[in-house]
Structure formats: structure tokens, C-alpha cells
Write a protein that binds this ligand. Sequence first.
Ligand code: DX5
Ligand code: ZN
Length: 233
Amino acid sequence: MTVVSHLSHLRLVPSILSADFAKLGAEVRAVQEAGADLIHFDVMDNHYVPNLTIGPLVCEAIRPHVDLPIDVHLMVEPVDALIPLFAKAGANIITFHPEASRHIDRTLSLIKDQGCKAGLVFNPATSLEYMDYVMDKLDIVLLMSVNPGFGGQHFIETTLSKIKLARQKIQAWTLKGGQDIWLEVDGGIKIENIARIAQAGADTFVAGSAIFGAPDADGGYKTVIQQLRKALA
Ligand code: DX5
Ligand code: ZN
């Protein structure tokens, strides 16, 4: 069996954490128009992470504004009760941190039973071993390249070796006939480092401040998304 290179299909994912919350509908329409592949939706609860953001009501409110899949990143504890609410609110992908769930396998099944793609999120110092016994239930693996809770932080360089390891695990799995698993990276991704992150093995790139912080004077979201794609090419 031949394995298709992860570089053949790369996805750019604006994180609305850095968007203007006073006009979120217009913001998600603008990044869709600018060529984004997914919308990243950061949910923080002031318990699992020291910050508080948005929930299912906001997901439901932006849903009619875009056709793109909504990628919900749950930084909450406990996890399970929110899953049906986000599925109903129009989420397409739901990921959670394994430390925040007592029963990881059950939580993954719950997400899939609700008709969404499911994934685990790994903090910079969380072991990838959590993947090993649930490979069959993973649609996506998300590696944090910053400590979760805030946008605009610096990329942690040790993530690169972890991306390589995660890519090896995924490749070994697909070679055995397993399903495709996306490898997403989140935190501190910029035009300057995205190529290295792709080379290490990532195929899906979350960018908050790099995209929503792009000045209108320089062509705004369209220009920065084009520049990120150019850096990937
Ligand atoms: C951090 C969030 C990220 C954040 C990334 O906890 O999970 O999605 O928005 O922001 P940047 O790209 O600015 O590091
Ligand atoms: Zn995120």
C-alpha cells in the first residue's frame, strides 16, 4: 500500500480567538472569502485553562455565516456534557484534552455518535501515549505548540520533534490499513515558521493572531492566507 504524503493536502485554519468579537459573523465570512479551510473555535472555561471564551450559543450564531467546517477545540473540564450541545450548534470537528476526561475512549465515542469528527489535543508536555489505544477512533490529532489559554504566544520549538513522532504513529497506522488521521498544530504559527512545521509532519495549521492581526492596509486576511500558502509551497 502506498502512503500519500501529508504535504499533498494542507489546511489553513484561522482561530477566531483573535477575531473581533463585536462582529464575529463578518469576521468568519471574511476568512472564508480569503481562502480558509476550516474555522477554529476555542472554548475555554476558566477551570481547565485560566481564561474564559465562548460556548455553543456562539457556535450556533456563526454557523449560518459560513459553509466551512467548524473545528471546536474544547479547553474545558469536564468535557462530555458540552459535546451534544456543540454538535447541535453545528460543530463538525470536536477535540478535547485527554487530561480533562475521565474516560477518553467514551468521550471520543460520544463525539462520533453525535456525527462529528473526533480528536485528542496534546499540551506541550503531554505524552502522545494517549493516542495508542484509541487510534481507530481518531479523525484528528491536535498538538499544542503553546500552553493553552491565550492567543499571541510564541511557538515552542520542542513541538517539532513531537510532530515528527505523531506523524510516525499516524503513518504506521495508515500503513496497517487504518483510516486517515489529520495532524493539526495550534499556537504561534506564523509565515516565518509554518514551512518547518509542515516539514515536521503537520497537515493542518491553526493561526489566530497571524491571520486576524493582519493589517487591512497590507491586504488583510486574503494576503496573509496567500502568504501562508506560499510559505507552505
Ligand atoms: C490557544 C488556542 C489557539 C490560539 C492560537 O489556547 O488554542 O487556538 O487561538 O493563537 P495564535 O495563533 O495567536 O498563537
Ligand atoms: Zn485552539
